[in-house]
Write a protein that binds this ligand. Structure first.
Ligand SMILES: [Zn+2]
Length: 383
């Protein structure tokens, strides 16, 4: 994700923070600074930093369990709304998804338990009785306040994430449990519908209570649940399609001696965005439209395509499903792969090709479904 930079690397996973995170630091400092000045502001910032340490540990919980199942984890990004762990591919079994999903909230349960253990639970019970709440700056900055605030934050993280609405961990748990007795697609449809229904409920609650944050969260869940559903449909369709049927059989190819001007010609006349640079029957590199634009930007010379091509070629077999290829692309962070039939090179396939294949297939599927409905209810078709 752009505008984010790396903080540390843990277990081979880059942990990055998004630039907007710093607004949250300031936001966290404000309620404490009005009453306690600069020390209060610092205290508020420490609270937010510690909260994000907890969020990071939560995401690491998901990530480490994913790694146990040989699912690569590309990075964890800390956003103002929380953290996101980017998995290289989806878990293949419901049980794996369940364990990965539950591992995050479990980390916060452990943190909350540790806080209670270290500082003694009884102190808080008395404090809560006196003060009612530590929301905002109700208590003076102190170690006990800090611990109490963190305890509440971790409990809140557990409760929020276990709401059974799909983009949240609870929704993933629900889908995994459903997927044990039905197809992944059907399980996602149900979990997504549950998520959207809960989101509408939360949104209405926020509206009546005048709680803007709640409305925002509801919108986030509603959109996320819908996206998960579309994604699951795509996954189902794409697992049935072979990459051998999706690559461009009439693609233009480049030779070692070709220069950039030739690619420019090809791009303008064919709209083909990616080209294999061939040595005999084998590709030795890939030139994309972006590579060409960059070359035109940096030099006025008509350089050889071999000077600007990418030499790393990810190979896939023609029998691989489009879903598997899409996941491999995400794992390797590439947009274009080379399709082979055994050792024979066939052509290139890009992320855009896969999206297009998906669009065509779903269009044809909808047409067929519409025809079936018409045949079943002949009256509907006659106007
Ligand atoms: Zn989580």
């Amino acid at each position: 994700m752009r505008r984010s930079f790396r903080l540390v690397k843990v277990a081979g996973i880059d942990i990055k923070v998004h630039i907007t995170f710093f607004f949250i630091l300031v936001l966290g400092a404000l309620p404490w600074s009005s009453e306690y000045g600069l020390p209060g502001a610092l205290f508020g910032m420490i609270l937010i930093l510690l909260l994000f340490v907890c969020v990071t540990l939560h995401e690491l919980g998901h990530s480490l369990v994913a790694q146990l199942f040989d699912i690569p984890v590309r990075e964890i990004i800390l956003l103002p709304i929380g953290g996101v762990a980017f998995l290289g591919r989806n878990p293949s079994k419901p049980m794996q998804e369940l364990l990965i999903a539950i591992a995050g909230p479990l980390v916060n349960v452990v943190i909350a338990a540790l806080i209670l253990l270290i500082t003694g639970a009884t102190a808080y019970v008395g404090m809560l009785d006196q003060q009612g709440t530590v929301q905002g700056a109700a208590l003076a900055p102190s170690f006990t306040t800090l611990m109490l605030w963190l305890l509440q934050a971790n409990v809140a993280l557990v409760i929020f994430n276990l709401i059974p609405a799909l983009p949240l961990d609870g929704g993933r748990v629900l889908r995994a449990i459903l997927a044990m007795s039905m197809t992944y697609q059907r399980a996602t449809q149900i979990a997504s519908a549950v998520g959207q229904t809960l989101a509408i409920g939360l949104g209405l609650l926020g509206l009546f209570a005048g709680n803007f944050l709640l409305i925002l969260v509801a919108a986030f869940i509603f959109i996320g649940a819908g996206r998960e559903n579309v994604e699951a449909q795509a996954r189902t369709v794409l697992t049935t399609l072979r990459v051998g049927d999706a690559y461009n059989k009439h693609a233009l190819r480049l030779e070692i001696g070709d220069r950039v001007s030739k690619v420019v010609d090809y791009i303008l006349t064919s709209y083909q965005p990616d080209f294999a640079v061939m040595q005999g029957n084998n590709p030795i590199g890939i030139v994309t439209r972006d590579d060409v634009l960059r070359a035109l930007d940096t030099t006025t010379e008509d350089v050889y395509v071999t000077m600007i091509m990418r030499r790393e070629i990810v190979k896939v077999d023609a029998s691989a499903s489009l879903d598997a290829v899409r996941q491999l692309m995400s794992e390797k962070s590439v947009r274009v792969v080379a399709v082979y039939d055994g050792i024979a090179y066939l052509g290139l396939v890009s992320l855009e090709d896969i999206a297009e294949a998906f669009a065509v297939i779903t269009f044809l599927q909808r047409q067929r479904e519409a025809r079936e409905v018409q045949q079943a209810n002949p009256r509907m078709s006659g106007q």
